[in-house]
Design a protein around this ligand. Structure first.
Ligand code: AVW
Length: 258
């Protein structure tokens, strides 16, 4: 199976670095490479070292996206074509769908995303220690260690995408496609039309007869994809339909968003 359940190492909330960050990351890493086939070439201790070298000793408001480059290349994982699932403001349903149907994988189902999901971390200047007291919030300063990591990992995940890919957007909000989101600002720019055959945009609507695909927001997305020579279609799908596939997963469930 590609999706792995987090065990008892679920983090406790703190304002600074997650308590026991190192233990959690290394345990998750070992758990993942033990469970997922073809991951055994990875060394979780080396992965931890590369991770902490990305941000330790740095001002926590000045950790660049590129500071994670070496860490990203330390993690070895092939993402098969036709398996990538991107999402924006649909975290719960996208991850539930991926887990229940096992047809697709989100960034958080890859080793990189799985290790860091839900965690918080930062260092400080003039010290090689983790800061457990306080770390900047997501929007407090743009180049905080957590946000830069997710941007870097998302860019990587999008660059690897090939074949047919699925995007789940949220039709219950005014801008299902938000240019400021990671999907809209990072991932969409990294899609390679030489590798990607087709992008299925699925807008998950909670109200029946919504036509979010015809909205201004989706028109913006369409223009960007056309300009990048990426083939796509957009369909509105009832949330209840996706939930049915999640609650009663059968082999055909993979088709439930087609
Ligand atoms: P999202 P994206 N404060 O649902 O397209 C704290 O908007 O951006 O989807 N955390 C935040 C904030 C904030 N203001 N904004 C975003 N986040 C974090 C990677 C938070 O953890 C995957 F491959 C939230 O759950 C998807 O295709 C997450 O960012 C794509 O990027 C998603 O925000 C989803 O990023």
């Amino acid at each position: 199976s590609m999706s792995v359940q987090h065990g008892d190492n679920t983090p406790t909330t703190t304002k600074g670095t997650t308590t026991n960050l190192k233990t959690i990351v290394i345990e998750r890493c070992r758990d993942y490479i033990r469970t997922v086939p073809q991951m055994s070439s990875n060394n979780c201790d080396a992965i931890w070292e590369a991770f902490q070298n990305s941000f330790l000793g740095k001002d926590p408001c000045n950790v660049k996206v590129e500071d994670y480059d070496l860490f990203i290349t330390t993690v070895q994982q092939d993402i098969p074509c036709n398996k990538s699932l991107f999402w924006s403001k649909t975290s719960q349903i996208a991850h539930d769908f991926a887990k229940a149907t096992k047809c697709l994988m989100t960034l958080e189902d890859t080793l990189l995303g799985y290790m860091m999901d839900g965690l918080k971390w930062c260092g400080q200047q003039h010290s090689k220690e983790l800061n457990y007291t306080s770390c900047p919030g997501w929007i407090e300063c743009e180049f905080n260690p957590v946000r830069s990591f997710w941007r870097r990992a998302s860019a990587h995940f999008a660059e690897l995408a090939c074949g047919n890919v699925l995007v789940m957007l949220n039709g219950s909000i005014d801008t299902p496609f938000n240019k400021q989101s990671i999907f809209g600002s990072v991932e969409i720019k990294r899609f390679d039309s030489e590798k990607i055959n087709y992008i299925s945009i699925r807008v998950i609507d909670s109200l029946q007869d919504r036509v979010s695909c015809n909205s201004m927001s989706l028109e913006d997305l369409g223009k960007i994809l056309k300009n990048a020579s990426l083939n796509f279609d957009c369909k509105d799908i009832d949330k209840s339909e996706v939930e049915r596939c999640i609650n009663d997963p059968i082999p055909y469930s993979c088709d439930c968003v087609n």
